[in-house]
Design a protein around this ligand. Sequence first.
Ligand code: AMP
Ligand code: MG
Length: 491
Amino acid sequence: MNKEKEVVETGFHLENTYAKLPEKLFSRQDPSSVRSPKLVVLNLPLIESLGLNPEELKGEIGVGIFSGNKIPKGSTPIAQAYAGHQFGYFTMLGDGRAVLLGEYVTPQGERLDIQLKGSGRTPYSRGGDGKATIGPMLREYIISEAMYALGIPTTRSLAVVTTGENIARETYLPGAVLTRVAKSHIRVGTFQYTANWGTIEDLKALADYTLERHFKGEEIKGNPYLYLLRGVIRRQAELVAKWQLVGFIHGVMNTDNVTISGETIDYGPCAFMDTYDPKTVFSSIDTGGRYAYGNQPQITAWNLARFAETLLPLLSTDQEEAVAIAQEEIAKFSDIYHEKWMSGMRGKLGLFTEEAEDEVLVERLLELMEKEQADYTNMFLDLTFNHLQDTKFYEIKEFKEWYKLWNERRNRQDQSEEESKELMKRNNPAVIPRNHRVEEALEAAVQYYDYSVMEKLLLVLSDPYAHSKEQEAYKDVSKALSCGYKTYCGT
Ligand code: AMP
Ligand code: MG
């Protein structure tokens, strides 16, 4: 461990209740100190919403904390232990390049984890250097903030600093540290680790802590661990439905990247789909397409089954009965997911009411989009703003038929066409972080130290349902990198 860190007095006061859990669950670990930290992006709207002082965090105190050179008062930095199924294979992992500085309690009483990512080696680093480079940290910043603005539960990014160090990758790249804000970093993998290597008391302590942290104030009747299982299934079903509705592909849905809070975490190889195709994969290591767009719901169910397994000893003392209880809950996933997804699709098509044939209407549209290689986001925008009549798409006979059915369907509801359009505007984003736009912003920032492209992108992404003039240019897909675009994790 490093020598004692300088502790700073700040309004950014932290606690660490996680560090009171059984010792097996974490290791005390200070972040590494870095040579010459420099703040490159600070999330002012987030700082404000957390009731923190922007002036203090813009200055020396902020740079000190966000780089790991200084520790805010009250912080007990730790690295968390966890395991995970990576592409189906079970492995011991843990925070290999992150430290949890502690928890910040907002003025509204919400407890949030403050974690540094890229802050040096930990007992769980295995062969890794514990470091991160500027490109992937800015990428996480951009995409997590875009997800937040799209209304999708996600960890957020408070700041990125460069460290002044060169990190060895394929070439030497500038080092960086990202400060991540999360409801917690408890993962399915945290439960897997505890169930495998801990005692039943350890598992119970983790489950009780999780219930207290994420289900506080909810009325729990019956077995609390069954309640936990149900709650996590529901949150994950809602989350993956939201991903599908905007065309988000996580890319590395290993169980260590599945949160118990229901937030999206770990923006390594993720990307948004341009052309609609359920088989879309961007991650360079996902050669088998395990985590393709169309597989995400069933992979979530698989991950939740791994979660349920960890809870078996808490669900019943009779193992057979415990398995039966868990299976019954997992079996409900697909209905919960489907209900959420259909309700989102109705919104995307301007439908207020429910009819039995709505699903056929949606499926037929998606089939057509796949066949005609339509851009997923822009197709729904064209429907919203009634632009399709001027496009080639409208010449397609099957589409014309579909369009007629859709309009008839809309006319069967009491709401006006204008109301239907407004509903569609709230459900169909004008902008998503398109791959070519993200790459363009990263190139300017990383190669030319020009952060203006990224700032402009962040601004248009911050209100995706605004449908403003500034967003028009970001709909252009003529330069889209969809075909052959590759993403990488852990760099
Ligand atoms: P990820 O693919 O980002 O979910 O990471 C998988 C595991 O690899 C986690 O345990 C990370 O902490 C670890 N890891 C990723 N990059 C590094 C690195 N540069 N040094 C040490 N551990 C790392
Ligand atoms: Mg991870």
